[in-house]
Write a protein of this length. Structure first.
Length: 216
């Protein structure tokens, strides 16, 4: 059994190293580590949309779905910045990633607009000087963005640069992205997010985009 686990880890590392050069020298006995950051929490509800959905609740549910699916089908070592409805400062979220030294940091959020017809999803990377971490962040952002728009049919709002604190504080030591899933202020997309089966689909799409060899 141990040899099978090592072989599967090595296979996954080879696949991911095509996308992320920093992983190429990784010990095959070491699991690839990802920190997932469910946005907001506690008294910070984030956006509130249709059906009284709160951003903090949906991002946590999605993160837990990713964690659960990973334990059944994937080999990633995943840590969450929060596992309950608690308020964690942005600095502490970044600090956790710095301590764990992961291979990737992903922050999960939902979009909101005064224009109720606004739809789609977008992925952000740090607005900073070009480094290897930023190059890998852009690649990963495109992989996840393409998976969600092509497989699940979300409107594409692109991969963008931003000065969000969690990106600014993590990009210096780890590839990092921030994903805005859907518009909670849009009735149809809020309804989509209210269904657990759809959160499972989102979780699957994210994990699949990280563990599938890109087209060369």
């Amino acid at each position: 059994m141990e040899s099978k686990i090592i072989s599967r880890n090595l296979f996954l590392i080879v696949i991911l190293s095509v996308a992320y050069p920093a992983l190429a020298q990784m010990d095959p006995n070491k699991k690839i580590t990802i920190v997932i950051d469910p946005g907001h929490g506690g008294k910070d509800t984030g956006a509130i949309g249709y059906y009284d959905l709160k951003e903090k609740d949906i991002t946590l549910k999605l993160a837990l779905e990713i964690l659960n699916l990973n334990s059944k089908q994937y080999l990633l070592e995943i840590y969450l910045t929060r596992t309950t409805d608690t308020l964690i400062s942005l600095h502490d979220r970044s600090k956790l990633a710095k301590v764990l030294k992961p291979d990737l940091f992903i922050s999960l959020h939902l979009n909101h607009s005064l224009n109720a017809s606004a739809t789609g999803m977008e992925v952000f990377v740090a607005r900073t000087q070009l480094t290897e971490n930023l190059k890998e962040s852009i690649f990963i952002a495109n992989e996840i963005h393409n998976a969600l728009t092509s497989t699940l049919g979300f409107k594409s709002r692109g991969v963008k640069f931003a000065n969000f604190q969690v990106l600014r504080e993590t990009i210096q030591f780890v590839p990092s992205i921030l994903v805005e899933f859907c518009f909670i202020s849009n009735k149809d997309e809020a309804h989509y997010l209210s269904e657990n089966s759809n959160l499972k689909a989102l979780a699957f799409s994210i994990l699949n985009s990280l563990t599938t060899k890109p087209e060369l």
